[in-house]
Design a protein around this ligand. Sequence first.
Ligand SMILES: Cc1cc2nc3c(=O)[nH]c(=O)nc-3n(C[C@H](O)[C@H](O)[C@H](O)COP(=O)(O)OP(=O)(O)OC[C@H]3O[C@@H](n4cnc5c(N)ncnc54)[C@H](O)[C@@H]3O)c2cc1C
Length: 492
Amino acid sequence: MSEIKFDVVVVGAGNAALCAALAAEENGAKVLVLERAGEDESGGNSRFTAGAMRVVYDGVDDLKALMPDLTNEEIANTDFGTYTQDQFYDDMARVTQFRADPDMVELLVTRSRETVRWMREKGVRFAPIWGRQAFLIDGKFKFWGGLTVETTGGGPGLVDALHESAKKRGIEIRYKTRATDLLFDGVTVSGVRVKHAGKIEEIKARSVVLAAGGFQGNYEWRTRYLGPGWELAKVRGTRFNTGDGIRMALDIGAMPYGNWSGCHAVGWERNAPEFGDLAVGDQFQKHSYPFAVMVNGEGKRFVDEGADFRNYTYAKYGRVILEQPGQFAWQIFDAKVAHLKRDEYNIRQITKATADSLEALAPQLDGVDPDAFLATMKAYNDAVQTDIPFDPNVKDGRRTEGLEIPKSNWANRLDTPPFEAYAVTCGITFTFGGVRINTNGQVLDTESEPIPGLFAAGELVGGIFYFNYPGGSGLTSGSVFGKIAGTGAAGS
Ligand SMILES: Cc1cc2nc3c(=O)[nH]c(=O)nc-3n(C[C@H](O)[C@H](O)[C@H](O)COP(=O)(O)OP(=O)(O)OC[C@H]3O[C@@H](n4cnc5c(N)ncnc54)[C@H](O)[C@@H]3O)c2cc1C
């Protein structure tokens, strides 16, 4: 066994880890990053993302500071609105049913803008999410849902920029190096034990930042903590987040915290592979359901597709799909809303049926009772309140009346061929339970005391998300808490 001395060792090489590494380096630390994956698969879930980041802005000047390339013409043709601290607080409180840890939410909200600006200084570039978060209405784009900014080049662009920035600053990244245990004398963490190329090595450091993701890639933990059936979900992202960081911390007495039975999970191509495919990225998701009708194998609707904007419901609807018989559903669109479908509906790897009538579509919906489906569609079509105008940019209140499961917004009769149907199952994104940290990013033990030398950030931190999640806050959370943890680790 060899011994190497670093100030800070960061476990993981995704967004949270790299933000921690860059912050530690900025504060004078000699930093080593350990990545379980090889270089081609490195960057964890962060690489799989579209790079959408939820960030506070009080107007277009804040966006200009982040995206100086915005032209006057783009600004004139767009209603960016605002996303104030109050809006972010409200979203976090509402979607987590007031469970989110207030101290953590305060950091997430109040530091989002400065952290994203700091990332720009470190070389990450940003652009408005024209394609996904704004519809063109009467010649003007209008942003909705508080989500306006994405990283240039999406998740791969983000991870490549962060890796590049780290290397430029002399931060070493060791690939195919899996951290297995913390070096701990019962009081203080002094490094990590790793496995690399079949050999065990101990790496000494003044502090360790755990940023190794959640446990969504671990079938056994999913079943154990999320519940029966969760082993059947597809994993949307990396296969490397199997809970190692959480386990290493719990092994030395860290406090478990947050929504351990909760996770972020979405509607995902029914025949997608077991784990994410970087060539497809997030395109297996099928997120235009607010404009569709969803039915299960019994031919029945089972959820309010239009309860809220997509980015406030998508993260909890994966669970609802998993709960359906056979763990699948079909999304049905007609020609009236075909233009509103997101680009992910155009990929080749898709389970799709098309027909010129609902009667011809019914037998093509694999696993669905056709008669029950047609009865559901008739009842649904009869219930749509067509006197309320349809508007995809606002919660238009165009709803159904009298159905056991309502559709509260964007309800349209399905009456215009061709009809299209897409099969989805549950795709798990990341788990919500993890370890507890304080506002300096230090991991707390079960006595609520900081464990000297141990910090954490990203998916493996519990207490931020419960039940649901406002789209684009995973990356922002990783960045905010990564920067805090790296700064703390450098100073400890
Ligand atoms: C398809 C998809 C799309 C998404 N889209 C968005 C989006 O647009 N916006 C958004 O905000 N969020 C999005 N998310 C969620 C987002 O990816 C996560 O919230 C965020 O990336 C988590 O960052 P992280 O650094 O904590 O974890 P990760 O980026 O997953 O990094 C964890 C790292 O730890 C490494 N690792 C694991 N175990 C070990 C070990 N034992 N030793 C060493 N290294 C280890 C992994 O290889 C990985 O590099 C999406 C997720 C997916 C899967």
